[in-house]
Design a binder for this molecule. Structure first.
Ligand SMILES: Nc1ncnc2c1ncn2[C@@H]1O[C@H](COP(=O)(O)OP(=O)(O)OP(=O)(O)O)[C@@H](O)[C@H]1O
Length: 350
């Protein structure tokens, strides 16, 4: 999948921008603060409805502007996606019709983002890794989003009932469906981790990153492996009532990552960055298996993040892969790429 048109207005310091990106590597170079990352941020905003570097999307809107707009066209399908965001909220359009569902944008614009904060996938909380798995499942299994939303609703209902000290019959009525939802989510994630592991092994081999050994992935279900979730919910209901929330289930699951028996979380920041790159590129590969799902790759500032041999390995890998990549750096590309120069928010082809 690739974009052949991108237009951005009212985003941070960027001047109104109309861009015709190449299907392969697009390299944006320029000094610090020029606006390079803001281009990636705008694409991410279109695909996911939020920024990856600011919790408040309103911050992304240009100072003194009323709204921002981002519009893009998919080169392969011709789909046109547009989003407008102002202080009151956002409006989306897909192929000329109004669309308020972020999931539709995400489905048409799959992307993989590698940025300086990506190591949080390794050393951040388990919710990061669950989200990492769930995003892939949203793309590959149509029904997963619904199953996940249903489970999230049941979890909220059970937690509310626990907090309110609702009678046992309320919990008895909720739990069978909660368990069915937990089963669906657990099975889908577990299978995904199996498939992802094969891609991790391949990508790690191709990149040749210097890690202590092969990266291993294991899905932990959110309850002890030697117990049944149904038994735990029943037997530990009193403890759950004391705490006011459900202590076991897929909302507490973990994706355990290790290298030669060492937990990835204990490794150096630099190694964690390499592991994050391997995982994210494996995610890209897994999604690229279903042609129209092949994500865009957004890579923010890899030159500062990776040492020279690892950067060369990454760029070499990207050059071999048929992927549309969007890369930012303060220097020009050392490999063949379509180059753009960014300065004071102005983007010009080089
Ligand atoms: N809401 C806003 N309105 C106008 N300008 C903004 C707004 N928010 C941030 N800026 C400015 O926009 C620029 C954003 O730069 P951005 O982070 O995209 O640059 P960059 O080229 O990626 O820089 P670096 O190499 O330092 O990461 C900064 O100069 C910042 O001061």
């Amino acid at each position: 999948m690739s974009l052949d048109r991108l237009s951005i207005r009212g985003v941070r310091n960027l001047e109104p921008l109309e861009l015709s990106p190449a299907p392969g590597m697009n390299w944006f170079s320029g000094p610090n603060g020029a606006g390079k990352t803001s281009i990636l941020e705008a694409i991410y905003l279109l695909a996911r409805g939020r920024s990856f570097r600011s919790a408040r999307t309103a911050r992304v809107i240009q100072k003194d502007a009323k709204a921002l707009t981002v519009v893009a066209r998919r080169g392969d399908t011709g789909n046109r996606l547009g989003v407008e965001r102002d202080a009151d909220g956002w409006r989306g359009r897909i192929d000329g019709r109004d669309c308020q569902r972020i999931s539709e944008f995400a489905a048409l614009l799959p992307l993989t983002l590698i940025e300086p904060g990506s190591h949080a996938l390794i050393d951040g909380g388990p919710d990061r890794r669950r989200q990492f798995l769930d995003w892939q499942l949203f793309h590959v299994e149509q029904s997963y989003l619904l199953a996940w939303q249903r489970f999230a609703r049941l979890l909220r209902q059970r937690n509310a009932a626990l907090k309110a000290q609702a009678p046992d019959r309320v919990l008895d009525a909720l739990e069978p469906e909660f368990l069915r939802g937990a089963e669906v989510i657990g099975r889908a994630r577990d299978e995904l981790v199996g498939r992802l592991s094969a891609h991790v092994e391949a990508v790690q081999g191709e990149l040749g990153f210097r890690l202590p050994g092969p990266l291993s992935l294991r899905y932990r279900s959110g309850h002890p492996a030697d117990s049944e979730l149904a038994d735990l919910l029943r037997e530990q209901r009193a403890r759950d009532r004391e705490r006011g929330f459900t202590r076991h289930g897929p909302h507490r699951a973990e994706l355990a990552l290790a290298c030669e028996g060492r937990a990835a979380v204990e490794m150096s920041r630099g190694q964690q960055k390499l592991i994050a790159v391997v995982l994210l590129l494996a995610q890209y590969r897994l999604l690229a298996g279903g042609q129209s799902l092949a994500p865009l790759l957004l890579v923010d500032d890899p030159v500062s993040e990776l040492d020279a041999p690892h950067l060369a390995a990454l760029l070499d890998w990207l050059g071999r892969e048929s992927v549309q990549s969007w890369i930012t750096a303060t220097s020009d590309s050392p490999v063949s790429a379509t180059m753009f120069h960014v300065e004071h928010g102005r983007v010009s082809p080089q």
